[in-house]
Design a protein around this ligand. Structure first.
Ligand code: GRG
Length: 293
């Protein structure tokens, strides 16, 4: 694992620790459940993408850190809700009991809701250290709301649920993956680009990088769901197939899915051509393929 990734991860963890209420704060069961899931050992790829895309445009972590924390808060909420009995009904996440198993269903719903709303609170609050102009901040808030909402992650989740057990097709799997997973990854890159003051050409390249990487991330996840052990995944192995989920391997088979993942990562890297100092982003793409991130 390159040092820059470890360094980003440590910075994100420190920033999250600062914005989160300490254990024991009232209402203590809610705060404890929020902290339990937020500090359960996530890879922090979304905040790393925010910081790295801001950094290649010359912006320091301070200008992008609120956005980096906001995307991780939303990601954590989505995992908590995705694991609920009404959705995937999973018992384990990141190798630990899921939030509703460790606490209870009602608390898990509220912990997810509280993380979602906290994301917008810190992104909109100039006092939490976010030295970008009010105009840029509003653009970031709008981009995050769109990516997390009905036209993005939540829309993808709905189609994912509705299509369980249906005959898998390419348009269906691409819709699900680009919305459910891709939207938040693309948005992470976009938020970094906005914090870094990207010009039109840089914005175009970074958006394309985020799109390709976002789709590749879920394709790799689908492949791993079929091939990796439960221990390595930290969640149940083969669960997609058992549930009749629409996945890349279900549409294209394993070999072609691997080739498509490779191609998407190459395209993500090519999109960085007009952007100087984008080596870290190129490395991150490669790590996504090798699933070390
Ligand atoms: C329930 C509102 C709601 C949305 C659900 C994102 C999502 C939509 C559900 C999360 C579950 C899931 C399997 C999403 C696919 C994306 C994915 C592979 C998530 C895991 O992300 P990682 O690998 O997780 O970055 P860590 O644990 O490292 O944070």
């Amino acid at each position: 694992m390159p040092a820059f990734l470890e360094d980003y991860r440590a910075q994100v963890d420190r920033a999250l620790e600062k914005i989160m209420p300490p254990e024991g704060t009232n209402p203590s069961r809610l705060v404890s459940a929020m902290r339990y899931s937020l500090f359960a050992g996530g890879k922090r790829i979304r905040p790393i993408l925010v910081l790295s895309s801001a950094s290649c445009l010359g912006a320091g972590s301070d200008s992008a850190m609120s956005a980096a924390c906001a995307v991780e808060l939303i990601h954590t909420y989505s995992l908590i809700h995705d694991d609920l009995p009404a959705m995937d009904d999973d018992d384990f996440r990141r190798g630990k009991p899921t939030c509703h198993r460790a606490y209870d269903e009602g608390t898990a719903i509220l912990a997810g809701d509280a993380l979602l709303t906290l994301a917008f609170e810190i992104l909109s609050n100039s006092e939490t250290g976010h030295p970008v102009s009010p105009e840029v901040r509003v653009r970031m808030i709008a981009a995050l709301a769109k990516a997390a909402g009905w036209r993005g992650m939540i829309g993808g989740q709905q189609v994912d649920m509705d299509s369980e057990g249906q005959v898998p097709t390419q348009p269906m799997v691409e819709y699900i993956h680009t919305h459910k997973t891709g939207a938040m990854l693309r948005c992470s890159v976009l938020l970094g680009a906005l914090a870094g003051g990207a010009d039109d050409e840089e914005l175009k390249g970074l958006k394309r990088y985020g799109e390709k990487l976002g789709l590749a991330f879920q394709v790799v996840d689908d492949i791993l769901d079929m091939t990796a052990s439960t221990e390595a995944m930290g969640k149940d192995h083969g669960s997609d197939k058992a549930r009749g989920k629409i996945t890349y391997p279900a549409v294209f088979g394993l070999d072609e899915s691997r080739q498509r993942a490779r191609k998407l990562i190459d395209e993500a890297r090519e999109a960085l051509a007009p952007i100087e100092n984008s080596e870290q982003l190129a490395d991150i793409a490669e790590f996504v393929l090798l699933r070390r991130l």
